[in-house]
Design a protein around this ligand. Structure first.
Ligand SMILES: *[C@@H]1O[C@H](CO)[C@@H](O)[C@H](O)[C@H]1NC(C)=O
Ligand SMILES: *[C@@H]1O[C@H](CO)[C@@H](O)[C@H](O)[C@H]1NC(C)=O
Ligand SMILES: *[C@@H]1O[C@H](CO)[C@@H](O)[C@H](O)[C@H]1NC(C)=O
Ligand SMILES: *[C@@H]1O[C@H](CO)[C@@H](O)[C@H](O)[C@H]1NC(C)=O
Ligand SMILES: *[C@@H]1O[C@H](CO)[C@@H](O)[C@H](O)[C@H]1NC(C)=O
Ligand SMILES: *[C@@H]1O[C@H](CO)[C@@H](O)[C@H](O)[C@H]1NC(C)=O
Length: 451
């Protein structure tokens, strides 16, 4: 009898511990799944059918490469897919486009009244000028671009943190830079993408006639890097950064000149403790760490004047150092930069933070859900509309300097005609988008040349 009870008790305990083991395993699995967020690939079985439960969002440009997944955005979930057969699926609410791939030859037309279009374009206008015109940019409802006006501004996409900016990791004392001047020019230039729309090489070629510039890249090359640094992938290597940090000035010239289009070209010298000589976003002053942290190039002044100014700073330590005061004090005073960096919801190469593609996807998912809940409350849909200012860049300008006959037929001459052509393409594209039926390539080009 007693033996039997003992046996029963033993089995009871065994069952109890098995039960708790199962419960705990289940909890751990749930936690793990939550920690992995929506980004982990979800197996097919779990997905099948979820397009009927959740709004479908189609990546029309297959940027993420993931066929389908259920994305979690806070309390909301959306079914993201690159499968274009969902175009006219009743659960499809939004289409995501990557700017560089946005092309007339396949658009999700017809576009239903409830189809949100969202554009992610962080790149230079040179990659797709037709997006940069009112008729095309206003076709979108949601934007994530380099413009501070867009719904998800990516202006600081090349700046990992304020700490990186104020770091003294590469900063050399001025006395050392002065000693190095025996072997080095005061100014350094490293570009291998020659003759882009900003026409920087024409300007720099003229500047080089008036001040000594060490040019390590393919454009206007006059000095070699050590063998192991000649690949463009070496641009982030410590050895390369150490070479740049020895200079007093870095020519930081963007490939295009548009407000808010700021790249690593500006941030790199600031991080290294070298004074950038900047040509690019006309409003860059707002984004600089302090009101005196870069020499801003005025394209209307002759390069010779800039050369004279740089020579003066090269000879006057006290004046040169005023450009590094913010760096020595580790003081960022730009309100625009501070508030952007503190409020930014994404990070760069930072596993603790989402990247901006995730944040873009969730912005759209949450807005789609916002409409669904408004609908439930009997409220009208909230309109979302991209504006011209969300992606804007003026016609490229050509400098008037004589760059020599050998470059006469070079790339630099194509940007203006290509921009002018893109204005016509933008108008034709809008025409067909509003007509709301698909169209052939022939029809498109006929419209471009007649419009
Ligand atoms: C795309 O989705 C459809 C269902 O809408 C499915 O039949 C098809 O197999 C999918 N394509 C791929 C490549 O998975
Ligand atoms: C808003 O959501 C409702 C319910 O899903 C849908 O019927 C409607 O078309 C949506 N409108 C927009 C503009 O998203
Ligand atoms: C112009 O052509 C010359 C000779 O081919 C070349 O050395 C120079 O680098 C070119 N200019 C630019 C900006 O690449
Ligand atoms: C820059 O800021 C400092 C301190 O905030 C101020 O004293 C100075 O006048 C400003 N200079 C310019 C050119 O705005
Ligand atoms: C999205 O933009 C289009 C084009 O401007 C517009 O017709 C549509 O109403 C917008 N949808 C929403 C939900 O705001
Ligand atoms: C438009 O789309 C339909 C259905 O996908 C296709 O059959 C037709 O060929 C397309 N027409 C044009 C002009 O591309």
């Amino acid at each position: 009898m007693a033996r039997l009870t003992l046996k029963k008790l033993f089995f009871f305990c065994l069952c109890l511990s098995a039960f708790f083991f199962l419960v705990i395993t289940f909890q751990v699995m749930k936690e793990l799944q939550r920690a992995r967020g929506g980004r982990s690939p979800v197996n097919k079985q779990a997905l099948s059918g979820s397009e009927h439960l959740y709004p479908v969002i189609v990546w029309w440009s297959p940027l993420t490469g993931e066929l389908s997944r259920l994305g979690e955005c806070g309390a909301n979930k959306c079914f993201f897919t690159i499968n274009r057969t969902y175009h006219l699926h009743p659960a499809t609410h939004a289409f995501l486009f990557y700017g560089t791939d946005f092309s007339f030859d396949s658009l999700p037309l017809p576009r239903e009244q409830h189809h949100h279009w969202a554009l992610l374009h962080e790149e230079s206008p040179k990659n797709n000028y037709k997006l940069f015109h009112r008729p095309v940019i206003t076709l979108f409802n949601h934007t994530a671009t380099f413009s501070r006006h867009s719904h998800l501004p990516l202006t600081t996409q090349y700046l990992e943190s304020l700490d990186a900016l104020t770091s003294h990791g590469h900063l050399l004392p001025l006395a050392q830079k002065n000693r190095l001047r025996a072997a080095l020019a005061p100014v350094v230039y490293v570009q291998s993408d020659c003759d882009p729309p900003s026409d920087r090489d024409a300007y720099v070629a003229e500047l080089m006639r008036h001040i000594h510039v060490d040019s390590y890249g393919r454009c206007l090359h006059n000095r070699d890097l050590p063998g192991h640094l000649r690949e463009s992938s070496a641009m982030d290597e410590q050895d390369f950064l150490r070479i740049l940090a020895q200079y007093k000035f870095i020519l930081a010239f963007e490939n295009a000149v548009c407000d808010d289009y700021i790249t690593e070209k500006l941030w790199r010298p600031l991080k290294l403790g070298v004074v950038p000589v900047y040509y690019g976003a006309p409003n860059a002053q707002h984004w600089l760490p302090s009101n005196k942290s870069a020499v801003i190039v005025d394209p209307d002044e002759p390069p010779e004047r800039l050369a004279d100014y740089l020579k003066r700073l090269d000879e006057n330590d006290e004046e040169y150092l005023t450009f590094l005061e913010w760096k020595h004090k580790r003081e960022v005073s730009s309100e625009v930069l501070l508030s952007e960096m503190r409020g930014r919801q994404w990070g760069l190469q930072d596993l603790r933070q989402d990247n901006y593609i995730d944040v873009f996807e969730c912005m759209v998912c949450n807005r789609v859900w916002e409409n669904i809940s408004r609908q439930k409350q009997g409220l009208p849909a909230k309109p979302w509309q991209a504006e011209e200012s969300h992606l804007k860049c003026p016609r490229p300008r050509l400098f008037g300097f004589d760059v020599g006959p050998s470059n006469g037929s070079s790339l630099r001459k194509i940007w203006r005609p290509s921009y002018d052509q893109s204005v016509k393409e933008a108008r034709a594209l809008r025409h067909f988008a509003l007509r709301n039926r698909n169209f052939t390539e022939d029809q498109f080009w006929t419209q471009v040349f007649s419009g």
